[in-house]
Design a protein around this ligand. Structure first.
Ligand code: VG1
Ligand code: CO
Length: 540
């Protein structure tokens, strides 16, 4: 069936797909328009094979039924669907790669909360398993603006929970176990024998799946295949509204895990995941590991896992991520690439075998095993380090800082600011950038200032306007950018860092160390002064 439609405003994919309030997605034609535009932008799906699944949030099942009918009406040959419309983002990436699919659609708003009054999202991934690059997301947006009809088969819903093959208007739907292939992949990358021995010694871990998609994956991998104690994985059942949890693995939202790990009788190791399973937060007994440090530690120790025995070929980090990994890359004599925010920018580097390991300050790390960041992969890599070195998390960090120095790092988020106000703050700072070097702000001298622009080293694509950077004397830096994943107002992200080479000053309080840098930014930009806020909403 062909259904006439009209372009809907605002369907431009952000940092990671299109994210809107769930009710916006549920409005008649909204999801249909975006999916048809996606199909049109990739040259149609006739005869193609697609993977489909998501984090199980509210409206996922209805969305999956709609997309199956649309894929059928657009002539797709086959859709491989995770049972119950479940697939973590890294598992979807893996499934696209091993099945030789032409692409996939992931239903998730990642770390945003779920439910009828919260967020929903749709993202297209390409045949390499990675998020569509900017050229494709822009083509999708362009297609949303000229849409006149969408196609959808007029057939009954199928049973999303029944493993095996079914048919939707002539198209085959193959429903697969969402966990099995991913768990098998992990077994090929890591020494599961060594990890089993670690747990057999009584090593205690707490894995908080935040009532989101990693639950079934974590139970299978840690409790079943690695022999961790029952109950190691908590909040293990994916719920449509995440049981009211905000599935963002950071100290603010994963506060239950934080309290346990920093409290008395804490387990040896703790980790949390986000809604769609691509993020991770890592903790040890009494210690929180900042994501930028985690990336540096993984780069330093990657060779401890069998699949990476030669260490990383190269590494990449998003620009706002701290420079901790740069120092490891230098010591290893390998390249370190600096990309804009968003995993889509790592795809070309991974496909061209220029890098093995990538990471972002926003709790994302991953390797060339898939084309997405991968939360449980990072957890297994950390456990590998602990198993093979016999060190605790605190000892790993202390040794890392002793060798490389420490980059104190924090991100301050000001959420739901009026859009015009946030854009004006950015515009005012942008206009001042050229004059800033040589001047001081709140006593800190600015050594350089610019707006980050990236030229992809593989295909030469230029992505401008990727964040305002302020470099200060004393190895300090601040970055400002507006979020591309929020669904309410504008979120201003302020990224702060300061490097201390040691041996003195390696065990200071992060926020105190960064206070002079944030004071300098406040003097220059006036985020609090202009917004009337007392401070950031979320500090990570
Ligand atoms: C945020 C993070 C970014 C991440 C993106 C998607 O984007 O800063 O690093 O890639 O979310 O993550 P923004 O534009 O809001 O800063 V998600 O977990 O899809 O797991
Ligand atoms: Co995510």
């Amino acid at each position: 069936m062909r259904y006439p439609t009209r372009p809907i405003e605002g369907q431009r994919p952000g940092t990671s797909g299109l994210r809107k309030k769930t009710r916006v997605f549920m409005a008649p034609g909204y999801l249909e328009n975006f999916v048809q535009a996606t199909f049109d932008a990739i040259g149609g799906v006739a005869g193609k094979v697609l993977v489909l699944g998501g984090d199980g949030r509210y409206f996922s099942r209805e969305a999956a039924e709609t997309i199956l009918k649309m894929a059928a009406a657009n002539g797709a040959a086959r859709v491989i669907l995770g049972q119950g419309a479940w697939l973590s983002t890294p598992a979807a990436s893996h499934l696209i790669r091993i099945s030789g699919a032409d692409g996939g659609i992931i239903l998730s708003a990642s770390h945003n909360p779920g439910g009828p009054d919260e967020d929903f999202g749709v993202k297209y991934n390409s045949a390499n398993g990675g998020p569509a690059p900017e050229a494709v997301t822009e083509a999708i947006f362009a297609a949303t603006q000229r849409l006149t009809e969408y196609r959808k088969a007029d057939v009954p819903d199928i049973d999303l929970d029944l493993l095996g093959e079914q048919h939707v208007a002539g198209m085959t739907v193959e429903i697969v176990n969402p966990v099995a292939a991913y768990a098998d992949l992990m077994e090929t990358l890591f020494d599961f024998g060594a990890l089993r021995r670690l747990f057999a010694t009584g090593f205690r871990a707490r894995i908080d799946s935040m009532n989101a998609i990693t639950g079934p994956y974590a139970v299978e991998i840690f409790e079943r295949r690695l022999g961790a104690a029952k109950g190691t994985v908590v909040h293990a059942k994916p719920l449509p509204d995440f049981g009211g949890m905000h599935p963002d693995p950071n100290p603010t939202w994963a506060h239950i895990l934080m309290a346990e790990m920093l409290g008395p009788n804490a387990p040896d190791f703790g980790a949390a995941s986000d809604g769609d399973g691509d993020r991770n937060m890592v903790l040890g007994r009494g210690i929180y590991v900042s994501p930028s440090d985690s990336l540096a530690v993984l780069a330093e120790n990657l060779q401890l896992a069998p699949a990476y025995a030669n260490g990383p070929k190269g590494v990449a980090r998003s620009m706002p991520t701290s420079t901790a990994v740069d120092r490891v890359a230098k010591a290893l004599g390998i390249a370190c690439f600096e990309t804009p925010t968003g995993w889509k920018f790592f795809g070309n580097l991974l496909d061209a075998s220029k890098v093995t390991l990538c990471g972002e300050e926003s709790f994302g790390t991953g390797s060339d095993h898939v084309r997405e960041k991968d939360g449980l992969w990072a957890v297994l890599m950390w456990l590998t380090i602990l198993a093979k070195t016999g060190k605790s998390v605190a000892e790993v960090m202390a040794d890392h800082w002793a060798r490389f120095g420490r980059t104190y790092y924090s991100r301050h988020d000001y959420e739901a600011l009026p859009i015009a106000m946030a854009e004006a703050m950015m515009a005012d700072l942008r206009a001042k950038l050229a004059d800033l070097p040589g001047h001081a702000a709140a006593g800190l001298r600015i050594s350089a200032a610019d707006e980050f622009s990236y030229t992809d080293p593989v295909d030469g694509t230029v992505s401008g306007g990727q964040g305002l950077r302020l470099f200060f004397d004393g190895d300090a830096r601040a970055v400002l950018r507006l979020s591309g994943t929020g669904t309410e107002g504008a979120t201003l992200r302020l990224y702060l860092e300061r490097y201390v080479s040691g041996p003195q000053g390696l065990a200071e309080d992060t926020q105190s160390m960064l206070a002079p840098v944030s004071a300098a930014v406040e003097a220059l930009v006036g985020v609090c002064r202009l917004s009337g806020r007392k401070g950031p909403d979320v500090v990570t």
